[in-house]
Design a protein around this ligand. Structure first.
Ligand SMILES: CC(C)(COP(=O)(O)OP(=O)(O)OC[C@H]1O[C@@H](n2cnc3c(N)ncnc32)[C@H](O)[C@@H]1OP(=O)(O)O)[C@@H](O)C(=O)NCCC(=O)NCCS
Length: 165
């Protein structure tokens, strides 16, 4: 059996300037280099300054801990937060990091007192978010285009109250 590239994954809130930059670096690798989305979405987004961010890291074989994933939470109003900029490096996928990042963000949403979490999912990620309970509502059943990619508006109208992570 081959050795996994990453071990001992961890997720923590990215509160320092250095960790926030690491979040952006992961987004650039995933969303710009891999998915070919415009780089301004990652590097010049004014909402970044008012979002909560989380950074996933993991150890490589040589023991060095490196950034492998990120997510952010934006306050839309006192009831509603928005999940955004979820990204896991391609060679770190399938390790439940995406799920743990979503759970960390949901715990953050509860801590802020949000009751609902909205997101805009790339259409091919709809099933990923449905696993957590987000739904495409009847009024939003058509996709819309952002950055040239079809997206669905999805809602979690009630956040699970049990501790997720
Ligand atoms: C989407 C993404 C974050 C998933 O990350 P990941 O770490 O591979 O996901 P996980 O290992 O935590 O998977 C959690 C569950 O979702 C499932 N899943 C993962 N990707 C999926 C997809 N594209 N569609 C449906 N289900 C998916 C997994 O099979 C797993 O299911 P399980 O809990 O039943 O075992 C990752 O593929 C990614 O960064 N993609 C590129 C960036 C992107 O598209 N971001 C989202 C924009 S809306």
């Amino acid at each position: 059996m081959s050795t996994p590239k990453y071990i001992n994954p961890e997720i923590h809130p990215a509160t320092t300037k250095e960790d926030k930059q690491k979040c952006i670096d992961v987004r650039v690798k995933v969303c710009t280099d891999e998915l070919k989305l415009p780089i301004e979405y990652q590097t010049q987004n004014a909402d970044d300054a008012i979002c909560d961010h989380w950074l996933a890291t993991a150890e490589e074989k040589d023991g060095e801990r490196v950034p492998v994933g990120t997510i952010r939470l934006l306050r839309l109003n006192e009831r509603v937060g928005q999940l955004g900029r979820l990204a896991v490096l391609s060679d770190a996928r399938g390790l439940q990091l995406g799920k743990k990042l979503v759970y960390a963000m949901l715990e953050g949403a509860k801590a802020h007192g949000f009751k609902e979490v909205y997101l805009e999912a790339q259409s091919d990620k709809r099933a990923f978010y449905e696993k957590f309970g987000w739904v495409v509502e009847e009024a939003d059943k058509e996709t819309f285009i952002t950055a040239g990619v079809p997206h669905y508006k999805m809602w979690m109208r009630s956040i699970p109250q049990e501790k997720l992570i």
